[in-house]
Ligand binder design. Sequence first.
Ligand SMILES: [Zn+2]
Length: 82
Amino acid sequence: MACRGRAGQDELFRFVFASGEYRWDRTRRAPGRGAYLHASCLDDARARRALPRALRAAGSRPGQLEAALAEARDWALGGVPA
Ligand SMILES: [Zn+2]
């Protein structure tokens, strides 16, 4: 987990790395290693490069991780994970 804390999974965004791409896993059911982030931690995680460490991922296209994080952040600004 990239985020530690007491939040339930329904408060966290799940990300996976599969087939060379980061994805925001909205369903939280995608196979593979996942990392969970609070909405408020998305920007911090990007700055700290937390997801590549958490997911043991390497080799994605430049900007692709940022795009996945931005997608989740934009969604978070419109509400809370349902
Ligand atoms: Zn967090």
